[in-house]
Design a protein around this ligand. Sequence first.
Ligand SMILES: Nc1ncnc2c1ncn2[C@@H]1O[C@H](COP(=O)(O)OP(=O)(O)OP(=O)(O)O)[C@@H](O)[C@H]1O
Ligand SMILES: [Mg+2]
Length: 258
Amino acid sequence: MSESLLTVESLVAGYHGSRVIDDVSFSVGPGEGLGVVGANGAGKSTLLRTISGLVAPASGRILLEGRDITRLSPDRIARAGVLHVPEGRRVFSGLTVHENLRTGTIAGAARAGSSADPYDAVLDLFPRLRERLNQQAQTMSGGEQQMLAIARALMGRPSVLLVDEPAMGLAPVVVKRVAEHLRTIREHWGVALVVAEQSANNVDGIVGGHQLLVDGRLREVDSGGSDRANLLAAYRAAGADVPTTARSGRALTDGKNE
Ligand SMILES: Nc1ncnc2c1ncn2[C@@H]1O[C@H](COP(=O)(O)OP(=O)(O)OP(=O)(O)O)[C@@H](O)[C@H]1O
Ligand SMILES: [Mg+2]
């Protein structure tokens, strides 16, 4: 197991005194990933927004390579290497692909050993974007816009990438393509990847595993474990999709429907 890049310790966060995230802890290392799976309102976006400094935590700590970044401003957190692709594939609709990518450049971004301009490497990863450099973002398909949003974050040379519901509203074939890109970013770029999704099936191919967010808490997912029935009940109670396990490719069931 490699050293941790991003460590979240006992994080509690919410809005106006409410607890949306309640005692969440995890860590991810370079090239590793974590899927955060939960239904609407589970707190996925709140968790990602707290890590990237957009929501102030009530308590707990967020460490990047052992350095406490919990109270830093969002721009300093981004500069330190933690970049966030928010829900809803936000791109600058009136700007071209090239201009969108350039807005992702972060001066003085801190990632070790990557001082070179990542523009060409990003376009090598997303050849569809290279074909559309002068196209306005608003005229692109949903899948292309999602790829642009991810590519724009890569321009900031992240060591940690937080991606909020990349599959939302996309056709299955496009979801697969976006997932392949994200897996490449993790495996070949060595980025630590945290992906929030409503369906476990959408994250297993990207990060190879996930945890379920229930009532603001992360639960380990051990589909072969003895508490399989409890886990399933938790999925159903949480309104999350019942996942297909990555290894077996079979749906996670309690044995009654198999
Ligand atoms: N800015 C805000 N002010 C007050 N409450 C908020 C705010 N943003 C989110 N919430 C509440 O926090 C809870 C968790 O919301 P959050 O957006 O984190 O969930 P989510 O898991 O991302 O859901 P979805 O799958 O719909 O995106 C919800 O009850 C929501 O109403
Ligand atoms: Mg959300």
